[in-house]
Design a protein around this ligand. Sequence first.
Ligand code: NAD
Length: 283
Amino acid sequence: MGQYDGKVALITGAGGMKGIGRACALKLAAQGADIVISDFKRPTNDLPPQEIKAQWRSIDSVAEEIEALGRRCLRVWCNLTISSQIEDLAARAASHFGHIDILINNARAIIGRDRVGVTDLSEEVWGQFLRINTTAAFLNIKHVGRIMVEQGNGGRIINIASDASKRAKINTAAYTTSKFALIGLTQASALDLAQHHITVNAVCPGSVNTDRFNYWEADQAQVRNMSLEDFRASVVVDAGKSVPLGRVAEPEDVANVVSFLASAEAGFITGQAYNVNGGTLFH
Ligand SMILES: NC(=O)c1ccc[n+]([C@@H]2O[C@H](COP(=O)([O-])OP(=O)(O)OC[C@H]3O[C@@H](n4cnc5c(N)ncnc54)[C@H](O)[C@@H]3O)[C@@H](O)[C@H]2O)c1
């Protein structure tokens, strides 16, 4: 018996081989949840080299892992820049399993092209970050929230935010703005949905040891004549040096907090934004 037996969780951006979305999916599935995972089909050039080497197949591979845990899994390809696909994702999840109990807004725009000063930031990149990181989360909350309200059994919504939701870093105007906005969306949705016993919270990781693809890191690796894998590994080691607990987070550190917020025990917590950062930021 697991604490999520009979529950269904929908998770966006869950196809990464070492991503936070996959870690959340496996954590909840291991405790009994059936899972709807979604992602979008990325060109090979936009994939981490580790995934290419491992012949990783995004949500198809994650679905096999979930099914190996004895849980059911629906995989849905959904491009979060297209509103109709977001609405369809919620509808397909509800019609396949009959209900949705947990929503995890985890996807984000592929980072790197945003990493310029605000005067050099293109409106296109700005718009893409707001669209995927903020508007798509709103639309998922809107469509899945309606389904949860109709079900009448409450629900859990968790937005994966960032330390960038609380403090800006240089050359991150689009990412920072999109993630600050996610906290506003979390608080406002928490108030609107409280009467239905649907809680809405955010989790704010600091640096995480994922293989996430980053255009800036790919460029830097080339300039330094290093492989992207080696450069990424050096970024992770360097980031860990400034963390009081001595390392960056693992995806599972984030999934542990997500799992608590999705549980019955977290029923009186809503509108909050929890840090998972090893002590780098306190508010
Ligand atoms: N990795 C970190 O260091 C870190 C730190 C703080 C916060 N976060 C947050 O954690 C979450 C997960 O990050 P990650 O590093 O595991 O994964 P990631 O950066 O690889 O992105 C998550 C997923 O979003 C998907 N995605 C991108 N564009 C999409 C689109 N148009 N439609 C649908 N899906 C799309 C990607 O395919 C990917 O699987 C993100 O919200 C991120 O902001 C990550």
